[in-house]
Design a protein around this ligand. Structure first.
Ligand code: ADP
Ligand code: MG
Length: 388
């Protein structure tokens, strides 16, 4: 956790005056429900206790100045001319996109001085981008008294990433950063954004292991998978003409027709349909305090992502295998879109130190490289870390 007094001091040093407020928006990890979001299905993310902080103070003019502490960089843009993408400061586009979204929606904004810092690792799949967007949106809605919160704030942040930064992400990351709840995951229905908080076990920790692999194939493979899901929906319409997405097919319906589907569409559909079912059953297991069943569903999720959806890579399989062997690890799987990034495991609190030692050693032996391990606690969504 970053000390807000340090952020306040950095802001004062930069701008010669203290910030009006400091906003905190968390990163996230998805516990189960992978590649279900764009199939109108369920996901089960938790906000984590690593966050992006935006310290802010209004200015008298119509300019926005930003200091990105972690990048040793700064940027400035005006509010009274159309906001353009920055080529020289790509990180600034997450902020510019959010601000532009507010202006396009018709809100009047005053200028501001901002300072940004974060302990969410950048580009590791813990969604530092959503944390930055949500923190920025929250800061501007406070400074300008707009009352844009919750789902509306999440949609504003997602819109910035989709249409300004140009990444076609779903709503999960921004939604959980805006609406996460301490010690809970959220079962989110990506079709209608209904959600339900699900309590996490008191005596287990969420442990994230970063494989530090470059996610090279991610973009094209992601588009291929989306196409294959669309093909599966088309094929299922022979039998169920009214379906809109794979979310509308039950596991039993899938088994009834799977022999008539060509590969790889059959395998892709099998993953999505069973994963959606695992997300719903996993939430019910946690609700019932049945961590062992939840862990088994996590393990099954990884197998399905590896064999049916084919989005894992050997390094992540090695991390997951190492985790699954540690006594006290309930379950482990790759998390995120795949082709690198992080794994998530649920580990009995008393076994966490052993888990860290064993997984680090096994991963080094399998790959010759080091993993970075983050022990996380589910935290609240965006809010004020401090006010004037
Ligand atoms: P992820 O969301 O998985 O962390 P992304 O590639 O989607 O990875 O987003 C990472 C990008 O977000 C960074 O390259 C940077 O442009 C921006 N970003 C994230 N955190 C910060 C930060 N603390 N300061 C400035 N820019 C940041
Ligand atoms: Mg991101």
């Amino acid at each position: 956790m970053i000390d807000v007094e340090i952020i306040r001091a950095q802001f004062e040093q930069q701008y010669g005056i203290h910030p009006r407020l400091i906003v905190r928006a968390p990163g996230r990890v998805n516990l189960i429900g992978e590649h279900t979001d764009y199939n109108d299905g369920f996901v089960l993310p938790a906000a984590i206790d690593r966050a992006t902080y935006v310290a802010a103070r209004p200015r008298d003019d119509t300019r926005v100045h930003i200091v990105a502490v972690d990048l040793h960089d700064e940027d400035e843009f005006a509010l009274d001319v159309p906001i353009e993408q920055s080529v020289t400061h790509p990180w600034s586009n997450y902020i510019r996109g959010v601000v532009k979204g507010l202006l396009v929606a018709g809100h009047t904004l005053g200028g501001a001085n901002l300072l940004i810092t974060s302990d969410v690792p950048r580009g590791s799949g813990l969604s530092s981008s959503a944390a930055l967007e949500v923190a920025t949106g929250y800061a501007f809605q406070v400074l300008n008294r707009l009352n844009i919160l919750g789902e509306e704030l999440a949609l504003l942040a997602q819109g910035a990433e989709n249409s300004f930064v140009g990444v076609q992400c779903g709503i999960m990351d921004q939604f959980i950063s805006a609406l996460g709840q301490r010690d809970h995951a959220l079962l989110l229905d990506c079709r209608d954004l209904n959600y339900q908080p699900v309590p996490l076990p008191a005596d287990a920790q969420i442990v994230v292991c970063d494989s530090h692999t470059e996610r090279r194939l991610a973009g094209s493979a992601y588009n291929d998978r989306r196409d294959e899901c669309d093909q599966a929906v088309q094929l299922f319409r022979q039998w169920y003409p009214k379906i809109r997405a794979l979310r509308d097919i039950s596991v039993a319906q899938f088994h009834q027709h799977e022999a008539d589907l060509p590969e790889p569409v059959r395998a892709r559909a099998r993953h999505v349909i069973t994963e959606n079912d695992r997300a719903v059953r996993g939430a019910a297991a946690l609700e019932a305090g049945d961590v062992a069943t939840f862990g088994q569903l996590m393990n099954a999720s990884h197998t399905s992502l590896r064999d049916d959806y084919e989005v894992s890579i050997p390094d992540m399989d090695a991390l997951v295998a190492a985790a699954q062997q540690v006594p006290g690890c309930y379950g482990s799987r790759m998390t995120g879109a795949g082709f690198g990034g992080c794994t998530v495991s649920l580990v009995e609190t008393s076994a966490v130190e052993r888990f860290k030692r064993n997984v680090a050693a096994a991963f080094r032996q399998a790959t010759g490289r080091d993993t970075t391990i983050y022990v996380c606690r589910a935290s609240d969504g965006v809010g004020r870390a401090a006010s004037e």
